[in-house]
Design a protein around this ligand. Structure first.
Ligand code: HEM
Length: 401
């Protein structure tokens, strides 16, 4: 049922988990919503799908709501039923002072000097993967590379020894490409069971890994509780795997479609950091949920306290009113990454932003250095999925072996 305060002209039927046509093109599927009959006149529509909620469809509205942490709460992640109650992520599902304190500790642990210190290990992981793939002449990039690198990075971050890593592979795949065999509750349990021995050890005997560092940072002058440590570790695991895998997949897709950009970055590797920033702007696939805790008047309507709002980063970054020729990839755009929404905006902006950027840069550098010109496989389609993190589900690539 559509609530009385929602004008009839704002109502659509749009399932954020499977926008029409998403399996072929995530970006086009979302852009069709912004360009649909309801879209052009409005920056905010109400979808009847998934229990009914608002969706911001124009860049300025996406951005304004994303930065309104006072009136829009992060506590429930409610557009995905069950997710918020089960996961209880820290700091993602916190608000106000509580959020600030925990986020501060995580931010210190992930400070850029610590992230930089991890770069040699990430480089080694990327080199090992490319060396294995190179002689094959083909790969399914999502499973063979995109999903593996961020998992290795996470395990490095919490200092899990190499020989223990295969245990997390299946879990990692379920996180990035759930096949329906595990419920959200089972996924959370499997992650907790796996992570707990490492968390317990880091709490008792901190090492010099990133995770120990975060736990060594006091929250408002006190130590992390066991429950908080678990919830935070879960947040880093669930927040830093499929997001990075999705981004690496989109970057590889772009390069496969644009051999001229491959050549340019091979010839001028010093452009790679700027290219990483621009490709992250161009291919945003994260959307977030908010619960209104006060009325918000915006775009000619009122979001009532209690309403759910969905904010897709794609409809900010690809709105021509927000970025000139937004679909064009221009390595010299020179925009601050704070201007786009790929990594969020405001109080909850991604704490892993520096780490994510380093992973994308390392991927670009190592892949382009190790591989000859690569292209999409002519006989197998690229497939994509929607959801809170959209992504390529299959990205078959070929090159001369
Ligand atoms: C390209 C890769 C990534 C993308 C696109 C991405 C995207 C985002 C976005 C959009 C948010 C904002 C959520 C909101 O406003 O509700 C966010 C928050 C967060 N991200 Fe990332 N992320 C990425 C990588 C990572 C990595 C590598 C980590 C782990 C180290 C991470 C951990 C987190 C955490 C813990 C939060 C919650 C921050 C808070 O609530 O204060 N992310 N991310």
């Amino acid at each position: 049922m559509v609530p009385a305060h929602v004008p009839a002209g704002r109502v659509v039927d749009f399932d954020i988990f499977s926008p029409p046509g998403v399996e072929r093109d995530y970006f086009a599927a979302w852009q069709r919503l912004a360009e649909s009959e309801t879209g052009p006149n409005h920056g905010l529509v109400w979808t009847t799908a998934n229990g009914g909620h608002w969706i911001a469809t124009r860049g300025a509205v996406v951005r304004a709501l994303w930065t309104d942490a006072e009136r829009l709460s992060n506590a429930c992640l409610a557009v995905t039923p069950g997710l918020g109650e089960v996961m209880q992520f820290i700091p993602l599902q916190q608000d106000g002072a509580e959020h600030k304190a925990c986020r501060g500790a995580v931010m210190k642990g992930l400070a850029s000097r610590h992230v930089m210190a991890m770069e040699p290990q990430v480089t080694a992981a990327a080199r090992e993967l490319t060396a294995t793939l190179r002689p094959r002449g083909a790969c399914e990039f999502v499973a063979d590379f995109a999903e593996i690198l961020p998992l290795n990075v996470f395990l490095t971050m919490i200092a899990v020894p190499l020989e223990d890593r295969p245990r997390l592979r299946r879990l990692g795949a379920q996180l990035t490409r759930p096949d329906g065999t595990m419920t959200v509750e089972q996924l959370k349990q499997a992650a907790d069971d796996y992570l707990w021995p490492f968390i317990a050890q880091r709490l008792e005997q901190p090492g010099d890994d990133l995770f120990s560092r975060i736990l060594a940072e006091p929250i408002d002058g006190r130590a992390w509780t066991v429950d908080e440590a678990r919830r935070m570790c879960r947040n880093l695991l669930f927040g830093g795997l499929d997001t990075v895998a999705a981004m690496i997949g989109m970057v590889a897709l772009h390069l496969a479609r644009h051999p001229e950009d491959q050549e340019r970055l091979r010839a001028e590797p010093e452009l790679i950091p700027a290219a990483a920033d621009e490709l992250m702007r161009r291919y945003p696939t994260v959307g977030v949920s908010r619960n209104a805790v006060a009325d918000v008047a915006i775009d000619g309507v009122v979001i009532r306290a209690g309403d759910l709002v969905y904010l897709p980063s794609v409809l900010h970054n690809l709105d021509p009113a927000s970025f000139g020729q937004p679909e064009r990839v221009d390595f010299s755009r020179g925009l601050s990454p704070m201007r786009h929404s790929t990594l969020g905006a405001g109080a909850h902006r991604c704490v892993g932003a520096g780490l994510a950027r380093m992973e994308i840069i390392v991927f670009l550098r190592e892949w382009l250095a190790a591989m000859p010109r690569f292209a999409l496989a002519p006989d197998r389609p690229v497939t994509m999925k929607g959801g809170n993190v959209g992504a390529c589900t299959e990205l078959p690539l070929v090159w001369a072996a």
